[in-house]
Write a new protein. Structure first.
Length: 450
């Protein structure tokens, strides 16, 4: 469920200056900004007036949120939903909308296996070359250019065997492009599928790419894609003292934005070093809203194999900061959880992690884990903390349950403290609401879709 908030962003001129050509041009620019802001605010007021009711989150009540989501979406029948899905066109497929930004330029591309065009028949890199765009370098995020590396694994630089383009890893010790790596690039294209969770590191890569390009005066073109978890926002807001690569900004665990919207928020909130702003162009997705159901055509990373895993990921990823396995080393990643020491009476499902693509050294390799199978669980519209809380209660050695990574994932020490003190899910969630309302008001001005 979404919060609804409206924020006006105005401009003003505080001092009178002698009118010369430069001053006049600046006044004209300011006037244009004011007009654009006023038009945007008027449009939001119209949208707000259409809403018969402002929905409030009822803490921990999934049924109420399901009903709210249905009201927001409208009563779509199955055929309607199919039409909405088929009509969605991602930014990368709208070549005519961004070709003019790339023609006769030396282009760098930040891409991975999700960067596909033409109904996923071509990789973006191959497509741009076929359109006579001059590509000079490819930058790859966590998991690498082909998306097969383990989470946290250092990805080495290399060469794409198909195009002979140099591939520069943006993971490990080199998370931010260096000035040397950006030499000769006139414009940078960013096209990576995100899943809407703060600790999913593609938005951290986005931050560093935008920052490096702002410092080098290189414009960035973001080819936008739908957020499969874009229908809600939830979780604790990250506290600045817990900033890390799995959480760089003061946003909730589930941020409810497309990656293009998120790029606008990074820019607008001046989150880049020294308050820099990137020359940013977002190529939007057509026929898309935050409530549009969208099935990802390509795995965004090795351990998110399907829609169910992607939907459960924001909730089950908390187990990465505990003694419990979230299914890495199986073919049910982020659809099951368990540990050998959880009681089989409460956790009757078993699985045995083994090394596989994307998990060379999984937790509890070769050991039978007792847990739960969530593969048939209904779609979540808010975080589920009950699985985490119940596993903590059931685990015998409480002091060994959490590890140091948990606070990085949560973005706060409070969540672990609340669980250890016996807070219920409803009580914990109640402590998030003020922060979520404030965040939702802030993000409103950066949204590109209903």
């Amino acid at each position: 469920m979404l919060f609804f908030g409206f924020l006006s962003c105005g401009s003003s001129v505080s001092e009178r200056e002698p009118v010369n050509e430069n001053t006049l041009e600046r006044y004209i620019e300011v006037a244009a900004d004011i007009k654009e802001d006023n038009e945007r605010d008027l449009e939001r007021k119209k949208k707000k007036a259409k809403k018969e009711k402002k929905y409030e989150i009822e803490v921990g009540t999934l049924k109420t949120e399901d009903e709210t989501r249905k009201l927001e979406q409208g009563n779509l029948n199955t055929d309607d939903k199919s039409e909405v899905k088929s009509a969605v066109m991602v930014g990368a497929d709208r070549f005519s909308a961004y070709s003019g930004l790339l023609k006769n330029k030396s282009v760098g591309v930040v891409a991975n296996q999700t960067s596909r065009v033409d109904n996923n028949s071509k990789h973006l890199v191959d497509f741009l070359i076929s359109e006579n765009i001059t590509l000079t370098k490819v930058f790859a995020p966590e998991h690498g250019f082909r998306g097969t590396a383990d989470a946290g694994e250092v990805v080495k630089d290399g060469v794409d065997t198909k195009t002979n383009l140099p591939i520069i890893s943006l993971y490990g010790n080199n998370k931010k492009p260096t000035p040397e790596q950006l030499k000769g690039i006139d414009v940078m294209v960013f096209d990576i599928q995100d899943v809407g969770a703060r600790f999913y590191t593609y938005i951290s890569t986005l931050h560093y790419v935008m920052e490096a390009c702002a410092e080098a005066d290189i414009p960035v073109v973001v080819l936008d894609r739908p957020n499969p978890n874009g229908h809600y926002i939830d979780g604790p807001i990250l506290e600045p003292e817990h900033t890390s690569f799995v959480g760089m900004h003061p946003v909730p665990v589930v941020h409810g934005m497309s990656i293009g919207e998120y790029a606008q928020m990074i820019n607008g909130q001046r989150w880049l070093k020294n308050g820099l702003k990137t020359d940013l162009n977002v190529i939007t997705v057509t026929n898309y809203t935050h409530n549009t159901e969208y099935s990802l055509p390509v795995k965004p990373s090795p351990n998110l194999p399907n829609d169910t895993a992607i939907n459960l990921y924001p909730s089950l990823c908390f187990f990465e900061g505990t003694i419990v396995s979230a299914g890495r080393g199986t073919d049910m990643q982020f659809q099951v959880f368990g540990a050998p020491s959880l009681p089989s009476k409460l956790y009757p499902f078993t699985f045995t992690p083994q090394a596989n693509d994307g998990a060379k050294y999984p937790k509890f390799k070769g050991e039978t884990c007792n847990g739960l199978n969530l593969q048939n669980h209904k779609k979540l519209d808010q975080l589920n903390l009950e699985w985490l809380i119940e596993a903590y209660i059931a685990y015998g050695k409480k002091k060994d349950f959490f590890n140091n990574f948990f606070t990085n994932l949560a973005g706060t020490e409070k969540l672990q403290e609340q669980i250890e003190k016996g807070y219920t899910y409803r009580e914990i969630r109640a402590t998030w609401l003020k922060g979520l309302e404030k965040y939702d008001t802030m993000r409103e001005k950066y949204l590109l879709y209903e």
